[in-house]
Design a protein around this ligand. Structure first.
Ligand code: SF4
Ligand code: SF4
Length: 419
């Protein structure tokens, strides 16, 4: 070891001692940051592809965004507790995803935000654009007088939408959700139904060029929820004050502007477990991801091991729930009408109207329910020549709501046919 580098111990040199310290493996840190970003972008592309396949309906009938959003899980559980009713659009998959994010938060803070969330990935992509534009110059931060109260907005959004869901038992956040808008970008409904969400998306991504992870910091209700849980997280970022040289590289690396260099343990509910700070720190063993306790007793994990653990937890829980049939990747089709025994005439089928999705064609609904096309023409004005079109496109064209008007009509017609 050169006399420029010494192992940090309780007696190791500090900032006051001329900057001699044992350096971290910079190449390994850089690789770790790249791997995290690559995983985020892979998730963004993968989930966007699912959204696109859902819209076009080929080659599979995959689930839509409502089934792939953990916030939907919060809303439906709250709706069930408070009103005894599930939110109709929400699949069991959303509740499973919610459980996965809670397990992650109890172990590794908001790692769903830092490693998995596609909207977080999208913002980081725009953040990188900002970094390229700003170069070595430091990007601005919102003044504290504005930033601090604005951080509370996400908790307001969380409370407003869960209570609103409770009173209506419908997924009220849909039109305002930027991710739902993105997943409907190729749909005819995007401007009619999701224009507000689209506006939030454009503002959040544009703002992320200057203020990294703008939506995460100020508006995301899921981030607010996970932030509260992550207070109890097992692993957090710890700073060894004795070896810290006060370079503040950790502060500069943090996308959510936590002043890591001023605390011993990052307790902030804003921490998204990205470990950019750990991978920016130049002094070996000074910033670490670890359990609480003394240096001798605590369990320390490298950022790479944290990332692996997070991916393993997500993969195992999703694989297990998919294997037992709880997590659905494809939408259930409607059961086809079957002839009544001995008569040859079609029986009135038992169709669960909640299985009717906007991505289905009217012809599929007619085939499964045996409701004549003329009934849909009489009620909604849909022409017989349009039965091959998707219900969501017909809804946009004729101005009806699939989840209320259409499903209710089908249910009423089936009831009438049974009498
Ligand atoms: S404190 Fe560190 S781990 Fe937490 S968000 Fe900031 S950079 Fe990421
Ligand atoms: S990066 Fe942060 S923790 Fe590491 S030496 Fe610099 S100020 Fe201290």
């Amino acid at each position: 070891m050169s006399d420029e580098r010494v192992t940090p111990t309780a007696e190791a040199p500090t900032k006051a001692q001329g900057g001699r310290y044992e350096k971290t493996d910079h190449a390994a840190q850089k690789r770790s940051r790249l791997v995290r970003f690559a995983i985020l972008i892979a998730g963004l592309l993968g989930i966007t592809a699912i959204g696109y396949i859902h819209q076009i309906g080929v080659p599979f009938k995959v689930v839509g965004v409502d089934a792939l959003c953990p916030f939907g899980g919060i809303e439906t559980i709250w709706s069930l507790i408070s009103g005894g009713t599930f939110v109709k659009q929400i699949a069991a998959s959303s509740v499973i995803l919610l459980a996965v994010t809670i397990v992650l938060a109890l172990l590794f803070r908001r790692s769903f935000c830092g490693y998995v969330c596609p909207l977080g990935a999208f913002q980081e992509l725009f953040g990188k654009l900002g970094k390229a534009l700003w170069g070595k110059r430091r990007r601005p931060e919102l003044p504290a007088a504005l930033d601090k109260p604005a951080r509370w907005l996400k908790y307001v959004v969380l409370v407003v939408f869960t209570v609103w869901t409770w009173t209506t038992a419908t997924l009220v956040i849909r039109p305002y959700d930027p991710w739902v808008a993105w997943m409907h970008l190729t749909s005819a409904e995007v401007f009619a139904e999701f224009s507000i969400g689209l506006g939030v998306l454009v503002v959040s991504l544009s703002a992320s060029i200057v203020y990294e992870r703008f939506f995460c910091k100020y508006l995301c209700p899921m981030g607010g929820f996970l932030g509260v849980i992550s207070r109890f997280s097992l692993f957090k970022v710890h700073r060894e004050a004795a070896t810290c040289i006060d370079c503040k590289l950790c502060d500069r690396a943090c996308p959510v502007n936590i002043k890591v260099s001023q605390v011993e343990t990052v307790q902030s509910p804003e921490c998204i477990n990205c470990n950019e700070c750990v991978n920016a720190c130049p002094v070996k063993d000074t910033l670490v991801v670890a359990t609480n306790g003394s240096a001798a007793t605590r369990k320390v994990l490298t950022p790479d091991k944290v990332l692996l653990a997070v991916l393993a937890i997500v993969a195992v829980l999703l694989a297990a729930t998919t294997a037992v049939g709880s997590f659905a990747w494809t939408t259930p089709g409607l059961a086809a009408a079957t002839p009544a025994a001995g008569t040859g005439a079609p029986a009135v089928p038992k169709v669960n109207v909640d299985d009717i999705k906007g991505s289905m064609t009217l012809a599929e609904v007619i085939a499964a329910t045996t409701i004549p096309a003329s009934d849909f023409e009489a009620r909604f004005g849909i022409q017989a020549t349009e039965t091959g079109e998707k219900i969501k496109d017909l809804a946009a064209k004729y101005g009806f709501d699939i989840h209320t008007d259409f499903r209710t009509f089908v249910e009423e017609r089936l009831d009438a046919m049974r009498q």
